[in-house]
Write a protein that binds this ligand. Structure first.
Ligand code: ADP
Ligand code: MG
Length: 287
C-alpha cells in the first residue's frame, strides 16, 4: 500500500533537513505505527504520504503509484485525520460530516452511523465550537471515515482523550483493520503502538532506528528473567534473579522456594515497548 525509499525532506527556508532518508513499506491490511517523541518528524512524514508536502527527496509510492502522479482522486481512496482538528466550529457535528461527505464522488456513510463509532451520536446536533478537545479529536477520526477509505492516516488519534475514549478509538481502529483497512498511525503514545500496531517504526530526529513487530521487539530485548522477592526473618526484603529458561531444573531457585521464610513476590521481568524505545534510541517519549 505504501513504499518509501530514501525519503528526505527540508522545509522551505529551513536551514536543516527534517527527514534524513526514511525507508519502509506498509502491506495491505496492516496497522503501521510511527512512534517517536514530538519533533521527530512523524507529522511531516504523514503530510508527505498524503501529498501535502511535495518537494521531498527519494521515492514515495501510495496505492501503487508515485505520490506525485496522483491528483485529487487520491483523496477518494484515503482517509486523513490531522493532528490538529480543523472543523467548522459554527456547524454541528452532523453538519460537518454532511459537508465533508458531499465532497466525495463515491458512496459515503450516514453521518449518524460514523458518529456512533466514536460515541458522538448524542452530540450530533451540537455546535462543534462547544465541543471539548477530546470530542473534536473523535469527530476528526469520524470525518476521516465517511467515505470508507481503504487506507487511513491517523495523526495522534488519541491525543487529549481520556482512557475510556482512547479505548473506543483504539477498538474502532482494530475493527477497521479487521474489515481490511490499512492504517498508518503516528503517535508518541506507547500503548497505542503496543496495542494496535502490527509493526512499529521508532523515529527520532528524522531517522528511523528500528522497524519490527512489538512482540518481536519484546522477545529480542526482553530479559527472560524471574525476580523472586522474599524475607528471611528480618524486615528487609531480599531479591534474587533467575533465568526463566531451565527454571524448573535450577537448584538455587528450587532451594530458595523451599528455604525462604516468606515469599513476597515472583515476577517475570518482561520489558515494555517503552523501555525498548529508550534502550534503542537513547531518548524518552515524553508522553
Ligand atoms: P512530530 O509530528 O514527530 O512531532 P513534526 O513532523 O511536526 O514532528 O516536526 C518535525 C520537525 O520539523 C520539527 O523540528 C519541527 O519543528 C519542524 N517543522 C514542522 N513543521 C514545520 C514547518 N511548517 N516549517 C519548518 N519546520 C517545521
Ligand atoms: Mg506530530
Amino acid at each position: 500500500m505504501i513504499t518509501v525509499q530514501n525519503l528526505t525532506y527540508t522545509y522551505p527556508g529551513a536551514s536543516a533537513e527534517t527527514l534524513h532518508g526514511l525507508n519502509f513499506t506498509i502491506a495491505e491490511g496492516e496497522i503501521f505505527g510511527f512512534l517517536g517523541p514530538s519533533g521527530a518528524g512523524k507529522s511531516t512524514t504523514q503530510n508527505i504520504l498524503i501529498g501535502l508536502l511535495k518537494q521531498f527527496g527519494g521515492t514515495v509510492q501510495v496505492l501503487g503509484r508515485d505520490i506525485g502522479s496522483w491528483g485529487h482522486d487520491l483523496y477518494e481512496h484515503i482517509g486523513v485525520s490531522f493532528e490538529l482538528p480543523n472543523h467548522y466550529l459554527k456547524l454541528t457535528a452532523r453538519e460537518n460530516l454532511n459537508h465533508f461527505a458531499s465532497l466525495y464522488s463515491g458512496a459515503t456513510l450516514d453521518p449518524m452511523e460514523v458518529l456512533g463509532w466514536v460515541d458522538l451520536q448524542e452530540d450530533a446536533d451540537k455546535k462543534v465550537a462547544n465541543f471539548s478537545k477530546g470530542m473534536k479529536v473523535r469527530l476528526n477520526v469520524a470525518r476521516s471515515l465517511v467515505h470508507q477509505p481503504r487506507l487511513l492516516f491517523l495523526d495522534e488519534p488519541t491525543a487529549g482523550l481520556d482512557p475510556v475514549n482512547a479505548r473506543k478509538v483504539k477498538d474502532l481502529i482494530l475493527r477497521l483493520r479487521q474489515q481490511g483497512t490499512t492504517v498508518f498511525v503516528t503517535t508518541h503514545n506507547m500503548s497505542v503502538a503496543d496495542e494496535l500496531c502490527d509493526r512499529v517504526a521508532f523515529i527520532t530526529a528524522g531517522s528511523i532506528n528500528v522497524i519490527d513487530a512489538p512482540a518481536a521487539l519484546k522477545q529480542q530485548y526482553g530479559k527472560r528473567d524471574v525476580l523472586v522477592a522474599y524475607r528471611n526473618g528480618s524486615e528487609m526484603i531480599e531479591e534474587q534473579t533467575f533465568a526463566l529458561d531451565g527454571l524448573g531444573h535450577d537448584p538455587s531457585f528450587i532451594q530458595l522456594l523451599q528455604t525462604a521464610q516468606r515469599l513476597e513476590t515472583i515476577h517475570t521481568q518482561e520489558t515494555t515497548l517503552e523501555n525498548i524505545f529508550i534502550q534503542v534510541t537513547g531518548q524518552e517519549l515524553n508522553t
